[in-house]
Design a protein around this ligand. Structure first.
Ligand code: NAG
Length: 294
């Protein structure tokens, strides 16, 4: 009895130290929607629950809807808890992204492509720098994202952009300025989310259409805290730039455990990666060389 509880205790300690040694972004604080966000369009298709601690976006055949942060940010950790459209979500797209508002814009995207009941969602990510995108990656998730809430977050500092699903890094975009690739550093971004009909491309390349008999389609959100350096839209830097937690050494690169998790995702769940698409890019895009895989 005594020895087994001692053993349990050791397990707990080693698990704890693994967690403590890993540079995980800070867990967001739960604050209500209205603290940081406003509707962008079709505000009558947004439903507030529990004082705005939970928000639901509705898509019907008339319109989808979306919301955006009040503030603009230069660097930080941006997260949302989301539960995607359940059941037959084919044709629908739910997005969570950061974007600057100018013509040569920077953008960091999560896009969830719905599917027929029982068929898997696709998570597509993309990074635009100075107006140039075309850097799609697509994965399946290791869980059903419509069954419960999961954290989706973006860590953005001067060294890297990391996409996290819960605590698992699924994509890294390193600063490759030295290789001639623009990196978002001087254009504040707002955080956006939206739900809309995209049945011309989303599911099996547009073959599966939205079944409006199942409308309204509902995506739910929680946790509206924003951990970023707030800046005016025209600002080129923030007063506290370089001094916040996400700027510190342990967030300038992934650690060993995080790289192992990233490779696990790449090996097990990747559907598409522009870095390995030689018919589209006969020469490997420069920033892909920063990924140890390519
Ligand atoms: C939908 O399901 C089909 C069949 O399993 C799959 O090929 C496709 O990748 C899935 N996701 C989307 C968004 O099309």
């Amino acid at each position: 009895m005594a020895s087994s509880s001692f053993f349990l205790c050791l397990c707990f300690l080693s698990l704890y130290s693994t967690i403590a040694m890993t540079a995980q972004p800070r867990k967001p604080i739960d604050v209500p929607f209205q603290n940081n966000y406003v509707p962008t369009w079709a505000s009558d298709h947004i439903k507030y629950i529990n004082g705005g601690n939970e928000v639901q976006l509705y898509l019907d055949k008339y319109t989808g809807t979306g919301f955006q942060s009040k503030g603009s940010y230069l660097f930080g950790h941006f997260s949302m808890r989301m539960r995607l459209v359940p059941g037959d979500s084919a044709g629908t797209v739910t997005a969570f992204y950061l974007s600057s508002q100018n013509s040569e814009h920077d953008e960091i995207d999560f896009e969830f492509l719905g599917n027929r009941s029982g068929q898997p969602y696709i998570l597509q990510t993309n990074v635009f720098t100075g107006g140039k995108g075309d850097r799609e990656q697509r994965i399946y998730l290791w869980f059903d994202p419509s069954k419960g809430y999961h954290y989706y977050s973006i860590l953005w500092n001067l060294y890297q952009i990391v996409f996290f699903v819960d605590d698992v890094p699924i994509r890294v975009f390193k600063n490759s300025k030295d290789l001639g690739v623009r990196f978002p550093f001087n254009q504040p971004m707002k955080i956006y989310s939206s739900l809309w009909n995209a049945d011309d491309w989303a599911t099996r390349g547009g073959l599966e259409k939205t079944n409006w008999a199942n409308a309204p389609f509902i995506a739910a959100y929680q946790s509206f805290h924003i951990d970023g350096c707030e800046a005016s839209t025209e600002a080129k830097f923030c007063a506290t730039q370089g001094k916040r937690w996400w700027d510190q050494k342990e967030f300038q690169d992934l650690d060993g455990l995080q790289y192992r998790r990233l490779y696990w995702v790449r090996q097990k769940f990747t559907i598409y990666n522009y870095c390995s698409d030689r018919s589209r890019y006969p020469a490997v895009p420069p920033e892909c060389h920063r990924d140890r895989d390519f």
